[in-house]
Design a protein. Structure first.
Length: 366
């Protein structure tokens, strides 16, 4: 970690309310439940047709989580215990729906139609039992789902892209793939809560409300935390989430103004958002699949040390892509080795460490 980054990390962790004497760790991981690359066969086909998939780590490696992905990840999480005997905990930020490609095509891309993530799981032999394994992880206490969005799709932009009849967009659509490398450069279709006109805000509020209702129905639980796709959201839409039970909102938010400009908002641990809701920070990073983070274990340990120095929980920012192996098995294998090393080192360096859920951390601050 260079000097500039170390100074920034110390400043971020210095700010906000502290929990002196507690060493708390939670891994947060985005994108679970969303589609990306359906299979290695589709990957090979799209590459052969000229889509430069390899320039994006997510497009190349990420896919709907398989039974094997989940089983092997859970084995790593249960390979360690904290000072109170609890296994490591991951809070997956989940999506509850995906595009229904067949019905959207029937509508000639004029209307967006989604399917439940449970339907998406059942469509693929290697994912048809994924949700059963997820439920087991929840019962074990190692899988603590939180809310990412209804789907990881900016509906208006994606339909606009599909109607252009662009070659790459069409190839990806008919392969049931959702890829950034296939989108036109002027249409970023991943920030689901972003908008290009003020009139879209009401629709986004509806999407969030529907997504949270689906979460409750699918997971039989109410999430306490929200993380907007790509970290982009207008402050107004969070109030809809609060009405549905959300109480934790990340401290770093990019809020759009509808004309392609964004304001970066910074809040810190324990800062009140509204009534009894609070902000928190993801203050550590673990993304070994991304070449930008080649020393993921060592850099993450250094960030955890800084968080603990200032009495803050170490909330590790990660992504599903690291733990997926259905396209390239070596991606999952390499990342899981590093995750296991990270967890083993955490309990070794800090014997009094505590693995906690989002709800437990919120209750401590409350």
């Amino acid at each position: 970690m260079n000097l500039k980054k170390r100074i920034i990390k110390n400043y971020v962790n210095f700010r906000g309310r502290s929990l002196k004497g507690r060493k708390i760790v939670l891994i947060e991981s985005d994108d679970w439940g969303s589609i990306r690359m359906p299979s290695r066969v589709v990957y090979d086909k799209l590459v052969s047709n000229g889509i430069d998939i390899d320039k994006c780590v997510f497009d190349k490696y990420d896919a709907l989580e398989s039974e094997k992905d989940l089983t092997e990840l859970f084995e790593v999480l249960t390979s360690v215990r904290d000072s109170k005997g609890k296994h490591a905990i991951m809070a997956p930020y989940v999506l509850l729906a995906n595009p229904d490609f067949e019905r959207i095509e029937e509508c000639r891309m004029e209307r967006y139609v989604y399917e439940s993530v449970l339907s998406t799981y059942k469509k693929n032999p290697h994912t048809e039992n994924s949700f059963a394994i997820i439920k087991e992880g929840m019962i074990q206490g190692i899988w603590n789902p939180q809310f990412h969005g209804r789907e990881h799709v900016n509906v208006n932009r994606w339909l606009k892209a599909c109607r252009r009849n662009d070659k790459f967009v069409s190839l990806a659509f008919h392969a049931n793939a959702f890829l950034s490398t296939a989108f036109p450069k002027d249409l970023d279709c991943f920030p689901a809560f972003d908008y290009d006109t003020e009139t879209e805000i009401v629709k986004i509020e509806q999407i969030i409300s529907e997504g949270l209702d689906m979460f409750r129905k699918i997971y039989d639980n109410i999430p306490i935390s929200i993380c907007a796709p790509c970290g982009i959201a207008n402050q107004k839409v969070f109030k809809v989430a609060l009405e549905k039970g959300i109480r934790m909102i990340p401290g770093q938010i990019l809020t759009p103004n509808g004309i392609g400009e964004y304001e970066k908002l910074d809040y810190f641990w324990g800062d009140r958002y509204f009534q009894d809701a609070m902000h928190y920070r993801r203050n550590c990073k673990f993304d070994p699949s991304n070449p930008r983070y080649k020393d993921s274990v060592d850099s993450c340990l250094a960030e955890i040390e800084i968080a603990f120095r200032w009495g803050k929980p170490a909330v590790i920012d990660s992504h599903r892509v690291n733990y997926i192996g259905s396209i390239f098995p070596e991606n999952r294998e390499t990342s899981l080795r590093q995750l296991k090393r990270l967890l083993k080192e955490i309990v070794k360096r800090w014997p009094d460490v505590e693995f906690m859920t989002s709800e437990e951390i919120y209750n401590l601050y409350r």
